[in-house]
Write a protein that binds this ligand. Structure first.
Ligand SMILES: *[C@@H]1O[C@H](CO)[C@@H](O)[C@H](O)[C@H]1NC(C)=O
Ligand SMILES: *[C@@H]1O[C@H](CO)[C@@H](O)[C@H](O)[C@H]1NC(C)=O
Length: 418
């Protein structure tokens, strides 16, 4: 019971602020078929790993067109003579690194400071702020890894946090609504990420948004505590002149604060967009509604019908970020950052963890991807969401292994002021 109440508590904290952090959490939010930060990051990494192994000529027999590979599959193809046990042990350090990335990524929505910081989510038109924040983090990651004597804990934590912000760009801004078919290559590299609507320029209209009011289910009563549920479904509520000029905008939300802990409010003298969701009371101020694409259900996402497009774009952007990081670090340092070929110390730690049957917090071995692009990726993502939904239905109950008390009582110590 303790466990369930803790999980419900976390659910209530976590379901409002970006792609949903982790599969177990979306069940409580009833957003079962939505793609989470956890999945976006893992799919992207599998694609980057495949590319790395192919380009370093480690991997010979890769079927580019019609195959999906997990991390284990890729290692098995690269090292066909390894036993199952050896493969398990050798890939353990990499999986632990990814687990750290995934937990840190999810924590951006749960941590008291970052969950309401627009610069951590590309909210409230904080475009240069968010990109600046990513640039700072990237610099520390690169310095730490290139140092050679520093341990890589901080670099891995920051990378997980930074990817959260990168991924949110596609579900919180109007990039998808602008009809973009490729990722924004400037995010986290330049402070100026492209033409942005000015502060006194209206960006949304209330037309196109339909108000909804529905009764709460039991779970919603516990997790949301706002019954009946009042929210909006919106279509074409971004102003045509914004779309015509190709200007970026993103949604405002309630209770946000900037980097100096000063409050950020949705403007009342000009019609700006809201993030929108049953939890975002700013969505009742004009322009009513909102534009987020975090989930496939309208209670949380006024633009729910664009969720898969946003999630696909987030996968491609994350993959590109990993690939760029590899270019900047060089293959050896990239390898070290992810423990692709673990050191003796990492192998010793892995043996101990395996002997103790330690479980990963968020990492899921079964996630796979090919490296083909475009439509196929979208279809795969949709299918994966459907397939996994059934498994996740009972994730909230005590004999599930999906979420342990360690995950939810986890507290991040803040050493850097981000
Ligand atoms: C590398 O890291 C060590 C240990 O944290 C630090 O003392 C040293 O100054 C760093 N070197 C450089 C070149 O930054
Ligand atoms: C962006 O940063 C500036 C300067 O630090 C700050 O004044 C402003 O409030 C921030 N904007 C948002 C939306 O966080």
């Amino acid at each position: 019971m303790f466990r369930i109440s803790v999980i419900l508590f976390i659910l209530s904290l976590a379901i409002s602020n970006g792609f949903i952090p982790h599969p177990s959490i979306r069940v409580g939010g009833q957003a079962g078929g939505s793609i989470t930060h956890t999945e976006i990051t893992q799919i992207a990494f599998v694609r980057t790993l495949a590319r790395y192994l192919l380009e370093t000529k480690a991997l010979q027999k890769y079927e580019v067109e019609n195959q999906e590979y997990t991390i284990d599959d890729l290692y098995a193809l690269t090292y066909p003579d390894w036993s199952k046990e050896k493969l398990h042990l050798q890939t353990y350090p990499l999986k632990s690194v990814l687990d750290t990335l995934l937990v840190e990524n999810a924590m951006v929505d749960i941590d008291q400071w970052t969950k309401k910081l627009p610069a951590a989510h590309f909210d409230s038109e904080a475009f240069s702020n968010a990109s600046r924040r990513m640039i700072k983090m990237r610099r520390i990651i690169i310095d730490d890894v290139k140092n050679g004597t520093k341990d890589l804990i901080q670099a891995r934590q920051l990378l997980g946090q930074l990817l959260h912000t990168l991924q949110d760009f596609y579900s919180h801004s109007n990039w998808v609504e602008l009809g973009k078919k490729t990722v924004n290559e400037r995010l986290g590299i330049y402070e100026d990420i492209g033409p942005v609507a000015s502060p006194n320029q209206p960006t949304c209209t209330s037309h196109g948004c339909v108000a909804k009011k529905v009764k709460c289910s039991f779970l919603q009563k516990v997790t949301l505590n706002k019954c009946p549920l009042k929210y909006y479904e919106c279509k074409d509520n971004i102003r045509p002149e914004i779309l015509k000029k190709g200007l970026l905008t993103s949604g405002y939300s309630v209770n946000q604060h900037n980097e100096d802990n000063e409050p950020i409010f949705k403007p009342t003298n000009v019609e700006k967009c809201s993030h929108g969701s049953v939890l975002d009371t700013s969505s009742h101020l004009p322009a009513i509604g909102g534009i987020n694409k975090d989930t496939i259900i309208s209670i949380y996402s006024p633009h729910f019908d664009l969720h898969f497009e946003a999630a696909t774009m987030a996968v491609l952007a994350t993959e590109r970020y990993f690939n760029d990081l590899r270019k900047d670090l060089g293959d050896d340092d990239f390898d070290r950052l992810f423990a692709l070929h673990p050191t003796e110390n990492e192998m010793n730690a892995a043996s101990k963890a395996v002997a103790r049957m330690r479980k990963f917090r968020f990492f899921t071995s079964s996630i796979s991807s090919g490296i083909s692009m475009g439509k196929r990726l979208v279809n795969n993502i949709r299918q994966m969401a459907k397939k996994r939904l059934n498994k996740l239905r009972w994730a909230l109950f005590p004999n599930s292994n999906d979420l342990t008390i360690e995950d939810v009582s986890f507290r991040r110590r803040r050493s850097l002021n981000f």
